[in-house]
Design a protein around this ligand. Structure first.
Ligand code: SF4
Length: 512
């Protein structure tokens, strides 16, 4: 045996560096399903199904191409439960002269891989992951050359460097960002597209049965599973998005509606993060659709910014900041995560809708994550690590490198502004503007305090009062702090008391 080539669960791409120069007659490809990876947080059942089913389908593709594939299933009787012990067993089976692996996407797994050399006595070749626009080194060069990191600046460099939506040296459409056009709320009479979901095939159904048996107590509904698990399905989902949702994605990307889970969102992040799609082909397909006149510029640019800008930026931040990033807690938040994040049982209608969507589909869209579940965690002072682990567990697309900066940096401002220029804190007014949730809520979004006042309202002001020393020098927070400066001490104390009473009742189970 020559090389043992290891492919991890989010590396399901035929052009992965691990497969470069592979000798089909002498090299073996090792893929491992292990308990440890499915339980280090209690992942949503659909997320486990998606990863394992996609891995099994990918292994089949590799076998059909004539490669030697050693696939360790979760229910193999000899499965030892961790990557590290499985690697040791595989070395005994194959007697390779080296191990080849593409750099893991997660800091924790990279540390594990580095330990394999000492455990096996073999050299470990860790290849760079070419599936991103910016290598880790490219991002570090950008980040080290400036005092503050702002996604918008990085995004413009990426646009220029990769010549995406560019007219020579100028952005197509004359401006870099069309966000001012992208904040429409959804009128009740707008009919939404039916989104493509995939009926599980026998191999996926086998995994669903395994997950029901092994992970029955994990969060989330299983029988509504419909995520792509093959490259062909992922490509179909991409085309469905471009044709049926992208034209309106820009307009309504921040809108929310009761009972509507997907609206005009792409639903391709899980496939991108597994490796079934590449960000390059996704951006090209969207740019082509704009050139062909099938989608407007505000939709194409808004979407490409998410992939070429935001996704690459958060990956860069993750690798620059780990491992200390995981413990970031600039605002000193320390309340436990309320039980309703798991049970969905809350009378705050917006939260109940976001969590219900998460439970049913392993998905809620970015504004529900940022401005509802994230905003509440920020205002309520939930310990960042607790809400971060929740996001990691419950979303189909949640891989730590993308989820952690989005949670700690963007949603709960735990890094003190390394990533976001201000905390995304808001009262109920924003939720009311962008959704129909408040109409069906037992709280009154117009009421600032008192019985049945929307909790987001008094929590927002209490948050600003409590964190004044951290935030009042931030120019983007000047407006609310000018308002607060006119408040009497009594008024401030009454908001603080009301917030404290509400939060205490949450934690003691007396409310919601
Ligand atoms: Fe959420 Fe407040 Fe609106 Fe109720 S009234 S849905 S709690 S924002």
């Amino acid at each position: 045996m020559n090389a043992l080539r290891v492919i991890l669960g989010d590396q399901l791409s035929l052009n992965l560096a691990t497969l470069d120069n592979l000798d089909p007659n002498r090299d073996a490809i090792l893929m491992m399903e292990v308990m440890e990876e499915n339980t280090y947080v209690g992942h949503h059942k659909q997320k486990i199904v998606m990863v394992l089913a996609a891995m099994r389908h990918f292994a089949e593709t590799l076998s059909k191409r004539g490669f030697i594939v050693d696939y360790v299933k979760l229910d193999d009787p000899d499965n030892t439960g961790s990557f590290t012990t499985e690697i040791q067993r595989a070395v005994l089976r194959h007697r390779p002269n080296r191990i080849v692996v593409t750099e893991p996407s997660e800091w924790r797994v990279l540390e594990m891989v580095k330990s394999w050399e000492g455990l096996t006595g073999l050299s470990i070749e860790i290849c760079a992951d070419h599936r991103f626009f910016a290598s880790r080194g490219r991002f570090a060069a950008w980040a080290n050359s400036r005092r503050s990191w702002r996604m918008e600046h990085f995004y413009r460099e990426m646009r220029r460097e990769h010549k995406i939506l560019m007219d020579g040296d100028r952005p197509e459409g004359g401006v870099w960002n069309f966000d001012s056009k992208n904040r429409k709320s959804l009128r009740a009479d707008v009919s939404l597209p039916k989104r493509l979901r995939f009926e599980p095939d026998p191999a996926t159904r086998e995994v669903m049965a395994l997950v029901a048996q092994r992970f029955g107590e994990h969060f989330g509904q299983l029988d509504t599973f419909g995520w792509p698990v093959t490259r062909a399905q992922a490509l179909e989902a991409l085309q469905d998005f471009i044709t049926n949702a992208l034209p309106w994605f820009g307009d309504y990307q921040d809108a929310m509606k009761t009972g509507e889970r997907f609206l005009y969102h792409s639903l391709i992040a899980p496939s991108l993060n597994l490796g079934l799609l590449s960000p390059h082909e996704v951006c090209s397909a969207v740019e082509d659709a704009w050139h062909e006149g099938r989608v407007p510029i505000n939709a194409a640019e808004g979407f490409i910014r998410q992939v070429l800008g935001w996704r690459e930026y958060v990956r860069g931040v993750y690798w620059m900041m780990m491992p200390k990033y995981a413990d970031a807690n600039t605002l000193g938040a320390s309340r436990p995560l309320p039980d309703f994040y798991w049970s969905g049982k809350t009378d705050l209608h917006c939260l109940s809708e976001a969590i219900k969507s998460t439970h049913q589909t392993a998905y809620s869209h970015h504004i529900q994550r940022l401005m509802i579940t994230g905003n509440f965690a920020l205002l309520a002072g939930i310990t960042p690590r607790e809400i971060e682990r929740w996001y990691l567990a419950v979303y189909a697309d949640a891989v730590e490198w993308v989820e952690m900066p989005n949670t700690l940096g963007m949603a709960v401002f735990a890094d003190g502004g390394k990533m976001a220029s201000k905390p995304y804190a808001s009262s109920g007014a924003y939720i009311n503007r962008m959704s129909d949730f408040c109409k069906g809520c037992s709280y009154d979004v117009k009421k600032k305090t008192g019985s049945n006042a929307c909790p987001f309202n008094y929590l927002y002001w209490a948050f600003l009062i409590q964190n004044q020393s951290h935030l009042d020098k931030n120019p983007r927070m000047a407006l609310p702090y000018r308002t607060l400066a006119k408040w009497s001490s009594e008024k401030k104390v009454s908001y603080l008391n009301e917030a404290e009473k509400f939060l205490t009742s949450l934690n003691s189970g007396q409310s919601s």
